[in-house]
Design a protein around this ligand. Structure first.
Ligand SMILES: CC(C)(COP(=O)(O)OP(=O)(O)OC[C@H]1O[C@@H](n2cnc3c(N)ncnc32)[C@H](O)[C@@H]1OP(=O)(O)O)[C@@H](O)C(=O)NCCC(=O)NCCS
Length: 162
């Protein structure tokens, strides 16, 4: 994984404009949305020391998704979330699981947090499975954008015990 740059706009657009990949979001992203999305993550790298990073397939150098750590408010409390999107032709190859595990390790090594979360729509079984394989369990259910979401979490202490 590496940081995004504005040069990634076309490649990232191909992933985030796909309606199937974005079916649990309000809408697929258009090009302007992807430019804003990259700019937001550049700010996060500078301000938070983390953000969503570009996932690069080592064999080909191709950008095949994003995964990373972002600050999210959960019921008014700041939490660090592990999030991920993978391009559809790479689904099922274990890439989100590998990247999410690296983000969990990075978070506990470099960020002053005792807990990491993933916030997931209950219907998103694949994303839930990635969270479970990342050592997470359901912590609570919250409403976001008027829709129920499960908050999965893994504790620093629990992680070190594993
Ligand atoms: C969620 C997502 C990132 C997973 O990426 P991926 O690289 O295909 O995930 P992995 O290959 O690492 O693991 C997928 C796991 O989910 C399982 N899975 C796949 N489809 C599933 C389904 N319909 N129901 C239950 N589990 C499913 C796989 O079998 C695998 O688990 P296993 O190893 O125990 O068999 C990808 O599907 C995606 O980009 N989805 C759209 C964006 C999204 O929803 N992001 C998360 C928002 S919270």
């Amino acid at each position: 994984m590496r940081e995004f740059s504005s040069d990634d706009t076309d490649d990232l657009s191909a992933i985030l404009s796909d309606p199937e990949t974005m079916r649990f979001y309000p809408a697929p992203f258009d090009r302007d949305g992807v430019e804003e999305w990259i700019a937001r993550n550049l700010r996060r790298y500078a301000e938070d020391g983390c953000g969503l990073w570009a996932m690069i397939l080592k064999a080909s150098g191709e950008l095949i998704g994003d995964c990373g750590l972002t600050l999210q408010s959960v019921e008014g409390v700041d939490e660090i979330e592990i999030g991920y999107h993978v391009c559809r032709d790479q689904w099922g190859n274990g890439l989100a699981t590998e990247a999410a595990g690296d983000c969990r390790d990075f978070g506990f090594a470099h960020l002053p947090v005792d807990r990491l979360v993933s916030i997931i729509r209950p219907e998103n079984r694949t994303s839930r499975r990635v969270a479970e394989k990342n050592g997470m369990t359901v912590w609570k259910e919250v409403m976001r954008r008027n829709l129920p979401h499960l908050v999965y979490s893994v504790q620093r202490s629990q992680f070190h015990e594993r």
